[in-house]
Design a protein around this ligand. Structure first.
Ligand code: ACM
Length: 537
């Protein structure tokens, strides 16, 4: 049983008195004389670490006459420029007009052109001179990631939403940057506690800051079904009506879900919806009696146990139900993947699990989507093009790891989210009030210090799609809870997914990480003040 059997008192959680973002900021934040003469942030201080950095001479200074140039650009590049202008205008107080006119000065976003091919779908080059900062990319996603880099090269007070006094200097030189892996995911469990569209947008923005490009939404579980399904309306209206601890819960209408997709896409993030099956299904079973083998709907569930529910494998209606659900979810989903869960099916016999998955995977491929499943899916042959998400930890038996590696050798893609490294809901130490500890305590260094390439013995390199940082929410119900568990670990998983292995070094990373804190403070994000990180006083 991987989750604690103890009910974690929400009252206790509410009473923890988590430290709030402190008042201490880097000198650069305050426009003090020392800040005005401060050296600009070095190009190699960014998280995730850029693939290549060549320092130059003079910095570029953003000023009252700076324009954001998008020479001859499409609407999409203009939109990225508008996003950058919206970021920079409040704190700089400068007008920063976006113009289609070419020129040698200002902030220039340039799409395509010779020698951009090597930058691929997401890479960018940022060149800073006395006259201009130029971000070049082959694709708009690359420009967007380059904009995230530019943000981190400016003083932390750039993130404030009111006018600040600071020299807005960008160190001179060139960054050429492409990701190590194409899959860099964040997952949020909106079932155990429901999070509103605005809360998800906030989380998307936090992920985008560190160049994540997937948002995996854990939409269904025992405690709540969070997406409107027209053909089975009680899933959301009844199955989504509560949450852990008995609060009101909620669900996304299709219009709201499309808004989440639109917002994620504007941050170059693909949404991967998860409908967890055959276990973790009490919300569905409670909504429709006919989905139960005994035709009796169980009560709706607000506790934190796992592994007690199962869809009825022998019943035909189970597959009619899933066909309807996957049809509607596939129709909503622009990306290639649907996640079908498959974890902790402790109330489904092995034989039933095999029968079930062999019937359910074709329901996904029928709607032209590819399957993702938690790594238990490797108990059967994953469908063609499927990916499995490994969530084991140090105590996972070698036989189970080998089963996953063998599936990868046979062609399954592999997403790595080891629970004792990348699960953001694991407690940092025994004193962490929030979160769980079934995979152990996960301090910041432990979360950062592993290599996706070698983590799962026997898995071929080409199978490794990337990494994911899930946040499960049995004990988390507010933005502040999410922030405290997300920061400072989430940037480290981003770096594992983006940066070349040659840049990996805890002893330098911990200083770069410490420099992020004034940014989080400027944005109002709480974080865990790990003693492993040399935070600036
Ligand atoms: C999981 O943590 N049950 C995937």
């Amino acid at each position: 049983m991987r989750r604690s059997r103890l009910f974690c008192s929400l009252l206790l959680v509410a009473a923890t008195g988590l430290s709030t973002a402190g008042a201490q900021s880097a000198a650069a934040d305050r426009g003090s004389p020392s800040a005005r003469h401060a050296k600009p942030i070095a190009l190699d201080q960014v998280i995730p670490a850029p693939a290549s950095v060549k320092p130059g001479k003079d910095p570029y200074t953003i000023g009252g006459r700076t324009q954001i140039r998008v020479p001859g650009a499409s609407g999409e590049v203009r939109r990225v420029a508008g996003y950058l202008a919206d970021l920079l205008r409040p704190s700089t107080g400068y007008p920063l007009p976006v113009t289609g006119k070419d020129g040698r000065d200002g902030i220039v976003l340039r799409l395509g052109g010779k020698d951009t091919k090597a930058l691929g779908a997401e890479g960018y080059r940022l060149t800073s001179t006395r006259h201009a900062v130029t971000i070049t990319a082959a694709r708009p996603a690359g420009l967007f990631h380059g904009v995230q880099t530019l943000r981190q090269l400016l003083p932390p007070s750039v993130e404030k939403r009111s006018k600040q006094h600071s020299p807005w200097k960008v160190a001179g030189g060139t960054i050429s940057d492409t990701p190590r892996y194409g899959y860099r995911g964040g997952m949020i469990d909106v079932s155990r506690h429901f999070f509103t569209v605005d809360q998800l947008k906030r989380y998307i923005d936090q992920l985008a800051l560190y160049k994540y490009n997937k948002l995996h939404l854990h939409l269904t579980d025992d405690q709540g079904w969070r997406l409107q399904i027209n053909s089975w309306p009680r899933l959301a209206s009844y199955g989504g009506s509560t949450q852990v601890g008995g609060g009101p819960g909620g669900y996304y209408t299709k219009a709201q879900y499309r808004e989440i997709l639109r917002y994620a896409a504007s941050r170059y993030m693909e949404v991967i919806p998860e409908i967890d099956t055959p276990g973790h299904t009490q919300a569905a079973l409670a909504s429709y009696a006919k989905l139960n083998c005994n035709n009796i709907a169980p009560p709706i569930y607000t506790g934190v146990e796992v592994g007690f529910s199962s869809l009825c494998v022998p019943k035909k209606v189970t597959y009619e139900f899933l066909d309807d659900v996957f049809r509607e979810v596939a129709a909503l989903t622009p990306g290639p993947y649907l996640h079908i869960g498959g974890d902790e099916a402790h109330s489904t016999s092995h034989a039933d699990y095999v029968t079930f998955m062999n019937k359910v995977q074709p329901l996904v491929t029928k709607y032209k989507k590819k399957v993702i499943g938690w790594h238990q899916l490797t108990a059967v042959t994953p469908a063609k093009g499927a990916a499995v998400q490994y969530w084991g930890y140090d105590k996972t038996p070698a036989k189970e790891r080998e089963q996953v590696a063998a599936a990868a050798r046979k062609g399954a893609g592999l997403i790595l989210s080891p629970a004792d490294r990348s699960y953001l809901d694991m407690k940092y130490t025994k004193d962490t009030k929030l979160g769980k500890a079934w995979a152990g305590y996960v301090e910041v260094q432990r979360s950062y210090d592993w290599d996706p390439a070698t983590y799962l013995k026997g898995a071929p390199q080409k199978s490794i799609m990337g990494v994911e940082a899930p946040i499960w929410t049995e004990t988390l119900s507010t933005n502040q809870h999410l922030d405290y568990m997300t920061f400072p670990r989430m940037p480290g998983i981003a770096e594992l997914g983006w940066s070349p292995r040659s840049t990996h070094d805890w002893n330098t990373y911990k200083h770069r990480l410490a420099s992020q804190a004034p940014r989080w403070e400027a944005m109002g994000f709480d974080y865990y003040r790990s003693p492993q990180v040399p935070w600036r006083k």
